[in-house]
Design a protein around this ligand. Structure first.
Ligand code: PEP
Length: 249
């Protein structure tokens, strides 16, 4: 039985004081231990939230990391820096980074491996554009992203630490959600690819989230699909809707 994981991606929202105020306002309402709940604030709020979330049910995540170890990389943040703040998860390959900041599958893979070497769980995002879906290229695109994203990552790490997130780009921040059938179909497809590369046991243990305009109304249906083990939530994670999504059952 895979434990569900619901992640809030705050993106470039909330100053450190706003982040503290918001997390304080919702923290007591998130008291489940049956689901892994992860919040990914901006880097500038990680330290404050790390203290606030200590001994709480909400885990801390980051939105990005450098694939370099340390040194002259102005503006970058290392895995050691995340580790020092008790960051447990880190999003890699979000479509906004792939599209706006030219993050390639190779870079995503390097970042995932860097995180795993330090024991931090990567949340590896994959997803197709609307054009790719309409041109029926989505299976090739997703297969390519999954295979290259997981390149040289051990079966043990995929089984126990990696989280995949299927996020169709056309559904992110648009209010358009993939149908539950579309989301389930792609998460199942990802699981099958992992089964081919690794084994059935690895594929059956891998957690796969769906992301793309998840809200309190659609969360229950999405999160009850056989191959969907959680949600990566953008816009709705900035409001009390996040609590409703966590309490979707
Ligand atoms: C995201 O940014 O990963 C995301 C899914 O955003 P939203 O929920 O706003 O569509």
């Amino acid at each position: 039985m895979r434990k569900k994981i619901i992640t809030g991606n705050w993106k470039m929202n909330y100053t450190v004081n706003e982040a503290e105020a918001f997390i304080t306002s919702i923290l007591e309402s998130i008291n489940t231990t049956e689901i892994d709940v992860v919040i990914c604030p901006n880097f500038t709020a990680l330290d404050r939230l790390s203290n606030l979330l200590d001994n709480k049910n909400v885990k801390l995540g980051a939105q990005n990391v450098s694939y370099e170890t340390k040194g002259a990389y102005t503006g970058e943040t290392s895995v050691d820096m995340l580790y020092a703040l008790d960051v447990e998860y880190c999003i890699v390959g979000h479509s906004e980074r792939r599209q706006i900041l030219n993050e390639t599958n190779e870079i995503v893979n390097l970042k995932a491996k860097k995180l795993l070497a330090k024991g931090i769980n990567p949340i590896i995002c994959v997803g197709e554009t609307l054009t790719e879906r309409n041109e029926n290229k989505l299976y090739d695109v997703i297969s390519n992203q999954v295979k290259n994203g997981l390149k040289d990552i051990s079966s043990e790490d995929v089984k126990t630490k990696v989280v995949m997130a299927y996020e169709p780009i056309w559904a992110i921040g648009t209010g358009v959600t993939a149908t539950t059938e579309q989301a389930e179909d792609m998460c199942k497809y990802i699981r099958n690819i992992v089964c081919e590369i690794y084994s059935e046991s690895v594929a059956n243990n891998l957690r796969i989230q769906y992301g793309g305009s998840v809200n309190p109304k659609n969360a229950n249906e999405i999160l009850n699909m056989e191959n969907i083990d959680g949600a990566l939530v953008g816009g709705a994670s900035l409001t009390n809707d996040f609590v409703a999504i966590v309490n979707y059952q």
